[in-house]
Design a protein around this ligand. Structure first.
Ligand code: SF4
Length: 434
């Protein structure tokens, strides 16, 4: 038996040009080769075979041969030669590589004319099985290649036998095969190496987390971008996926906001769920107070200091979220009007002009929503007697100066008796025409 087969599996390294290494499918499970997988009959003799007499196996499970590691191996072969023979089988007048394609390729790069090889008579099935098992012993085989190799083994092995051969549980086999159910663009992420400076690579953990959005490839793509842009670790990605599964109606928000805000959002949603109580009718004033409070909380959440910590992409996401919030408020506004108009409450919309920009506002605001100027309630009121400088309804004195430039504490603010001088319907028409 070759020396390398007797060494502890974990002690083998990729630098060993025997090219043996551990397969780590989970943190605890390591590859345990069976006698068949390691089987190279001890009575076989090693022959030097010319490289031009050897062909590669097109069904080789390993598709990625990274140039940098091939160059390293070629340098080692130049220095020390090929320490462990490759395994070949007679094939169409030549020899086909069964195990050791990297050594074969690197020998070519190193300028060698021959390579030590063991020639074995093998059926197609045995050659395929040995090639797959040999590849499993490499630590640089990517997770998708491993999953494809397991798939290949299962075409001629039972699940039980495959698990025993690889020394892993059936659950691990299934988890590995799940990777092949991911969309191609996610699988490609798992085959990438050598990230650019400042970039991260997706791991199996990231990709498994994406499985929660299996029915929505577009969102999976956005999540992949989010993981890369925000450099999320597996825990963060799982947290976002878990949040989307738990609160599907907030999926858009979870995909857009940074992870720090995701946590805050989850806390708010959790607290809200805890506090959820049966609906109790409230007065209009109580509803107004509640809406006012939420508005203030939202304002605090979107404090301008947050901007210092946001990237341009995140700012765009924030603006898009605010635009949606605006649309939500418009819908809220529309429903309130419909509700009020559907009942015979005698409800009538009442407007007031902004003295600075001319915008027509619904009465109820202290300031113009555009230019923030204080609105002149008495000055525009039909009950205001300008010559007497007083209110015709309550007889209170309202000086012209105050009517023209009211202060925030002016009594007229919130006056329930305000009656605009102009026709509300005409103002609405004017507004719609504008
Ligand atoms: S009714 Fe109200 S708004 Fe109108 S003039 Fe009197 S105090 Fe001012």
């Amino acid at each position: 038996m070759p020396e390398s087969a007797t060494r502890p599996v974990a002690a083998r390294s990729r630098a060993d040009n025997g090219d043996m290494a551990t397969l780590t499918l989970t943190a605890k499970e390591t590859f345990k080769p069976t006698p068949k997988s390691a089987a190279v009959p001890s009575d076989e003799t090693v022959r030097q075979i010319a490289l031009d007499q050897i062909v590669t196996n097109p069904d080789q499970p390993r598709k990625s041969f990274y140039q940098d590691t091939l160059d390293e191996l070629a340098a080692s072969i130049k220095e020390r030669g090929v320490l462990e023979p490759i395994v070949v089988r007679p094939f169409e007048g030549k020899f086909q590589v069964v195990m050791g394609e990297r050594r074969f390729r690197a020998s070519g790069l190193a300028g060698k004319a021959t390579i030590p090889a063991l020639v074995k008579e093998m059926s197609d099935e045995d050659a395929h099985a040995d090639a797959l098992l040999e590849n499993f012993q490499r630590e640089d085989m990517n997770p998708v290649e491993k999953a494809r190799a397991i798939q290949g083994l299962l075409t001629f092995m039972s699940w039980e036998k495959c698990g025993k051969t690889l020394g892993v549980s059936e659950t691990t086999l299934r988890r590995s095969l799940e990777l092949l159910e991911l969309p191609p663009f996610v699988q490609v992420e798992l085959t990438l190496r050598d990230p650019q400076p400042g970039q991260i690579l997706l791991t199996e953990g990231h990709c498994r987390a994406l499985g929660a959005l299996a029915h929505d490839p577009a969102s999976q793509k956005r999540m992949v971008d989010k993981i890369k842009i925000e450099k999320l670790n597996v825990g963060d990605a799982e947290k976002i996926m878990g949040a989307i599964v738990k609160h599907p109606e907030k999926r858009e928000a979870f995909l857009r906001v940074p992870i720090a805000i995701t946590e805050q959002l989850l806390k708010t949603l959790g607290a809200r769920a805890e506090k959820a109580k049966p609906y109790r009718p409230q007065t209009a004033e109580q509803h107004m107070k509640a809406i006012d409070k939420i508005g203030q909380q939202l304002g605090e959440l979107l404090d301008e200091r947050v901007i210092e910590y946001l990237s341009a992409v995140q700012m765009n996401q924030m603006l898009a979220t605010c635009a949606e919030l605006g649309r939500g408020l418009d819908e809220f506004n529309r429903k309130i009007r419909l509700a009020l108009k559907s009942k015979e409450y005698g409800f009538q919309e009442t407007y007031i002009h902004c003295p600075l920009c001319g915008r027509v506002e619904l009465v109820g605001s202290l300031r113009c929503s555009v230019c923030w100027t204080i609105l002149r309630r008495c000055y525009d009121c039909g009950n205001y007697d300008r010559t007497q400088e007083k209110c015709a309804v309550n007889g209170g004195r309202v000086y012209v100066a105050e009517a023209e430039s009211p202060k925030e504490y002016s009594k007229s603010y919130k006056c329930p008796d305000y009656k605009p001088k102009y026709d509300a319907q005409a103002v609405k028409t004017l507004k719609m025409a504008a």
